[in-house]
Write a protein that binds this ligand. Sequence first.
Ligand code: NDP
Ligand code: HEM
Length: 475
Amino acid sequence: MKKIMTTTGGNPIADNQNSLTAGDRGPVLLQDYQLIQKLAHQNRERIPERVVHAKGSGAFGELEITEDISKYTKAKALQKGEKTKLLLRFSTVAGERGAADAERDVRGFALKFYTKEGNWDLVGNNTPVFFVRDAYKFPDFIHTQKRDPQTNLRSNTAMWDFWSLSPESLHQVTILMSDRGLPKSFRNINGYGSHTYSLINDKNERFWVKFHFKTLQGIETITNKEAESIVGKDRESNQRDLFENIEKGNFPKWSFEIQIMSEEQSKSCSFNPFDLTKVWPHSDYPMIKVGTMTLNENPKNYFAQVEQASFSPSNIVPGISYSPDKMLQARIFSYPDAQRYRVGTHYEMLPVNRPIVEVNTYNLDGSMNFQVKEPTKAFYEPNSFDGPVEDSSFTEPALTVGDVADRYNHRIGNDDFSQPRALFLLMSENQKEQLFSNIKDAMDGVPRNIVDRQIALFEQVHPDYAAGVKKALGI
Ligand code: NDP
Ligand code: HEM
């Protein structure tokens, strides 16, 4: 027998087709609460979209650790043989919630691992570096990616104006304009933690680490032209590809690898290892295999499990921690702040965000608190009623950081050209041609003085880079 439809108060509904009206042709009565509730709820069906990375797709899966890295970390989720459930949300950065998938943009690669020691979130991208290295620049950079306040149009001029005035962006701009800036599908991208993080072992020794997820489907990309025809037919090409492949049992996989730098090595490293615009060269810091990640389950409800998913670099577990990267510190503040506004005060209690372990905080009340705890006298800390207490065994090793507080100019003493040059030089002739042509397309309508300023930066990366762009632009 079919279940009986009810109001949100659980009362049976007799008629879900006809409004309660005064006479056959008459107006609606205010007492038709079901109708009012239905319309009022619809008005609240949307939450604010993410201020960046608004368009995304997600799936659940598993991280399996196949190698022993216990000399670097005591994190339970990273011990050999361990399997941990996870949620991975892919996204584009600039587009709104309804934007097309096949757009040239960085792809977000946000992971939430539901570990036995609480949630570990690794909120990365499909690129190992970023456009800026100081959080002061992040809101400005994002303004250049979003819409012009007057025209309400995306602005190539704003993008290249900002980039040409920010040489630290060259590395990421080169990746974005390369073939990899327009992936064929989410299954065909790598994921990078991007920032330097730390691992801490059971002797309380710290190692700096970079996290990599290398696609086992292989990197595959599409051209601007191919994207145009895809978007003309299907704005959800990447969402469709991910959902349908998982539905078919064709589960995408990534090889989970790390690079390690000792604290000693970091002191003599020729570049700042905490600078988000730099990679660690593989020849100096070789890749170490750790395990495999598989996506094997589609969400049952997109809104509840993907739209409301709240990832934050602040979520770390014992054995994995932060680094002095100043961008990372800003992100540790920014994400939970965004989520309290976007999802609500108790976003962490929602099923998709809730850790699998017991949560023992002294937070009380707040809007929409739906947790009913056993009555306790221990609702403050310290207390004499056996409430949860801190445990000093989780203390991290002390870290020596700079001693003079000042505003250090991050544009001084930072080589913004060598690493983009290394990337440019490893590109095939065909990849270089794609790079030049993609830059030409992206510079459409940009004033000549801004174009020239950007070409002068390409010149410092490599004369062939500047020459190739000039030729593509016909100047
Ligand atoms: P390697 O030759 O050891 O590594 C080159 C890396 O570049 C590979 O990981 C490769 O990925 C990746 N790559 C190839 N084409 C592109 C592209 N168009 N966009 C982005 N990445 C690409 O050299 P190094 O480690 O010395 O690094 C040289 C340069 O490679 C760096 O300056 C950086 O720009 C880029 N790179 C380096 C990474 C690192 O962690 N060291 C990570 C990613 C890029 P794949 O193996 O999938 O082909
Ligand atoms: C999303 C801020 C840099 C990757 C977001 C959100 C904010 C934000 C506020 C929306 C969060 C939400 O509503 O749930 C910032 C700030 C940065 C920064 C202030 C720099 C100071 C970066 C970097 C990366 C990154 C360097 C990658 C290495 C992402 C991803 C998402 C995201 C993947 C989407 C997460 C999801 O799928 O829900 N960022 N960000 N961001 N950011 Fe950043």
